[in-house]
Ligand binder design. Structure first.
Ligand code: GLA
Length: 342
């Protein structure tokens, strides 16, 4: 019997505002983008054989039940770790042969790995709601990377809505679509700095927010007075970032809906300052880029996006603005739909 060839697509994501809040039960305002991963698979057999556009080949025997997470982190080619984590979490017994291609810059902070995991899961027959797909992807990402990441990336990739950002309350995992007004365009510019320290520092930041939450309650709603009274200046700054960032996300979503890009841009700049000064996840190259962009008349605002420690800046600009002259590694992105079989 010849089975039909399956094609799945999963977008990347860019976060407009609300970073390092998801794992603390806070608010985020990301959007799925029109760049992403396509998996083409001829299903069958109990091995999974995938080729990349660079002709790297991955071969896995399924199911992967006996494979330990530690083995995954050394698997080659490196993108195969995310494929294997998806197959492992799905406990797939049926594989297939096919191809992986991506239009996303890899490792730039646009969630290329989560995009790959969700595209693979759909091609391997994942069946469930977008929220279930997102939770599945979060587990796969944590297994493959060893980083205790939150749900923002996967929920955005699973539930994206074309032309809209998503306002997600990560405490309840509920979300709603917020229309992107015609008065703005979104650019992503790479700082030129690879996200090197991101993994260990990310886990350390997450731990700090957990310690602070044990002292003052859930950070998204904690009182600023209680936060300022914490007897550890570093914890004060970490907790203050989460608390104030959640406020900024709420106001930014309302400002987008009211077609007030100037307000959103100001909030993005404040978010960057808080990530730089209170959460200490910026690097000088990101700061310079944000400063340079914020002095332009055609830019409403800019900030580092994602985990930080390098990677990209997200920019809210007037329609028709060309920022490719600022950095050649730059992408004009549109808000796109979530992951699906094509
Ligand atoms: C990474 C993680 C997300 C989120 C961001 C920071 O992208 O995967 O869960 O924590 O960093 O906002």
């Amino acid at each position: 019997m010849v089975t039909e060839t399956l094609r799945s697509w999963a977008p990347g994501r860019v976060n407009l505002i609300g970073d390092h809040t998801d794992y603390a039960g806070g608010l985020v305002l990301p959007m799925a983008i029109n760049l992403g991963t396509t998996v083409t698979l001829q299903p069958g057999g109990n091995t999974l054989h995938l080729r990349s556009a660079r002709r790297q080949s991955l071969h896995l025997d399924l199911p992967l039940g006996g494979v330990l997470a530690e083995d995954l982190t050394t698997l080659e080619p490196a993108w195969g770790r995310f494929v294997a984590a998806a197959a492992l979490e799905l406990a797939s017994t049926v594989g297939g042969s096919g191809e992986v291609t991506t239009t996303l810059p890899v490792g730039a902070g646009l969630s290329s790995s989560s995009s790959l995991e969700l595209a693979v899961a759909l091609a391997l027959g994942f069946d469930g709601s977008p929220l279930e797909l997102a939770r599945f992807g979060q587990r796969a990402e944590q297994v493959a990377s060893g980083v205790p990441s939150g749900i923002m990336d996967q929920l955005t990739i699973a539930a994206g809505v074309a032309g809209h950002a998503l306002l997600i309350d990560c405490a309840t995992e509920r979300h709603r679509a917020v229309r992107m007004p015609d008065s703005v365009e979104v650019w992503v510019l790479h700082s030129g700095v690879p996200r090197r320290l991101a993994d260990s520092a990310y886990a350390e930041r997450r731990r700090a927010t957990e310690v602070a939450a044990r002292l003052v309650g859930p950070l998204a709603e904690a009182s600023l007075d209680d936060i300022e009274a914490i007897d550890d200046p570093v914890l004060v700054r970490r907790a203050r970032h989460v608390r104030t960032e959640c406020d900024r996300v709420r106001v930014a979503a309302a400002a987008l809906e009211a077609d007030d890009p100037t307000e959103v841009g100001q909030l993005m700049l404040q978010s960057h300052a808080s990530l730089r000064d209170d959460f200490n996840v910026s690097v000088p190259e990101l700061d310079h880029l944000v400063l340079e962009l914020s002095s332009r008349g055609d830019v409403f605002g800019a900030r580092l996006t994602g985990a930080g420690f390098g990677g990209c800046v997200v920019v809210l600009a007037r329609p028709g603005t060309d920022l490719s002259t600022v950095r050649s590694d730059s992408w004009l992105v549109q808000a796109g739909d979530g992951a699906r079989l094509l």
